[in-house]
Design a protein around this ligand. Structure first.
Ligand code: FPP
Length: 225
């Protein structure tokens, strides 16, 4: 079993606290958080042994935030996808959203769709953004999609999920130690790393240090060595 993390997932937490500590608005933290998304995606795209980067960008619970913050996040996402399309293409990065996109505005759905189509033939890194994503919601949608099947197996359920790839390494920034409804099924055998670093300050160097630690861990997948 390879000790290289091929699928890395990140819960990007701490934008708001980072901005507040600078005396700035929370939205400024999200703005800076988007720059970290770009830097970490570029790092992963340059490492051909990393196949997939899944990032928790907007959860099914994030709608509960103040309207002004939700609206800002929607606009930021739209702006990010528009401006990053060339970065995806230059880096041979395929963009794949996961989550229930039906609640987003028509214009946001269009840009998500456009970037997905534009990058469909890229065969380097897959950058998957979790958008209106919740793991329980994903599992319920998958079960509903399979409800006319005679029986449901681990394999058929796994294949009906938005994300059909097991995670090797799951990182959460921002100091909390929880999974917050992110890729629960896919994280069954993931190594979990938690860092106090707030997302806008997370760097490729820190990711590299975590990957080095990951490589020293013996993964047994329930077996004996
Ligand atoms: C958590 O910070 C972060 C989010 C709500 C989602 C992540 C969003 C970004 C990284 C910015 C936009 C992303 C893209 C792809 C353009 P928080 O607000 O929960 O921070 P806090 O815990 O300090 O309040």
């Amino acid at each position: 079993m390879s000790n290289q993390p091929r699928h890395i997932a990140i819960i990007m937490d701490g934008n708001g606290r980072w901005a507040t500590a600078q005396g700035k608005s929370r939205t400024y933290g999200h703005e800076r958080g988007a720059e970290t998304v770009r830097a970490i995606t570029t790092y992963c795209a340059r490492h051909s042994d990393i196949d997939r980067l899944s990032l928790y960008a907007f959860s099914t619970e994030n709608w509960k935030r103040p309207k002004i913050e939700v609206e800002f996040l929607m606009k930021l996402l739209e702006r990010y996808l528009k401006s990053e399309c060339s970065t995806y293409l230059e880096g041979n990065i395929r963009f794949e959203p996961i989550g229930d996109l039906s609640l987003f505005s028509k214009s946001l759905r269009k840009i998500i769709n456009d970037v997905q189509n534009a990058t469909a033939n890229c065969n380097g890194l897959v950058q998957s953004l979790a958008l209106n994503y919740g793991s329980r919601d994903e599992i319920v949608r998958a079960i509903n999609a399979l409800r006319n099947e005679e029986s449901i197996t681990e394999e058929s359920l796994s294949n009906a999920l938005d994300c059909t790839h097991d995670i090797d390494l799951l990182i959460r920034t921002g100091g909390d130690h929880r999974l917050s409804n992110f890729l629960l099924w896919q994280a069954a055998y993931a190594e979990l790393f938690f860092t106090d670093t707030l997302w806008p300050e997370f760097t490729a160097d820190e990711l590299e240090t975590i990957i080095k630690k990951f490589k020293t861990v013996e993964r047994r997948f329930g077996g004996l060595n």
